[in-house]
Design a protein around this ligand. Structure first.
Ligand code: 5GP
Length: 120
């Protein structure tokens, strides 16, 4: 899948749509999810144009990959999740119901998060 410059996170990165910023550095932006699924629900995205984790893992530089992981740590620190715990999740493609075609890591916390997947 090629990158669509009109996706909502590309528009946030260009400053066309506001976000509640939690952390930013040269390679990453972290901001509050507009429809939080937990008391803490932050999205961590690379500034580069990557559709999904697949695309990112294939094409991103080592610096970008390191920065995305370190940004998760910054969010965990900023939101006070270090001792209580948290969950990091990314959806890729149709089976995972990825809605926005720009890689994003969800960081959830602030309550007991239950089992990892809905059991069927
Ligand atoms: P996905 O299903 O692609 O993994 O998750 C997309 C996430 O983006 C959802 O949790 C949704 O609430 C969030 N989202 C969609 N549009 C916006 C927006 O305009 N601003 C913010 N902050 N989050 C958004």
């Amino acid at each position: 899948m090629s990158y669509d410059d009109k996706n909502i996170f590309a528009r946030i990165l260009r400053g066309e749509i506001p976000c509640k910023k939690v952390f930013e550095d040269a390679h990453t932006l972290a901001f509050e999810d507009i429809n939080p699924q937990a008391p803490v629900h932050v999205l961590v995205i690379p500034k580069g144009k990557y559709v999904s984790m697949t695309d990112f893992a294939e094409k991103a530089s080592d610096a970008e990959i390191a920065a995305l992981n370190r940004a998760v740590l910054k969010v965990v620190e900023a939101k006070g999740l270090m001792s209580s715990g948290y969950r990091v999740l990314t959806n890729a493609g149709a089976n995972a119901h990825q809605e926005v075609p720009h890689l994003h890591l969800h960081v959830f916390g602030g309550r007991a998060l239950g089992s990892m997947l809905v059991k069927r």
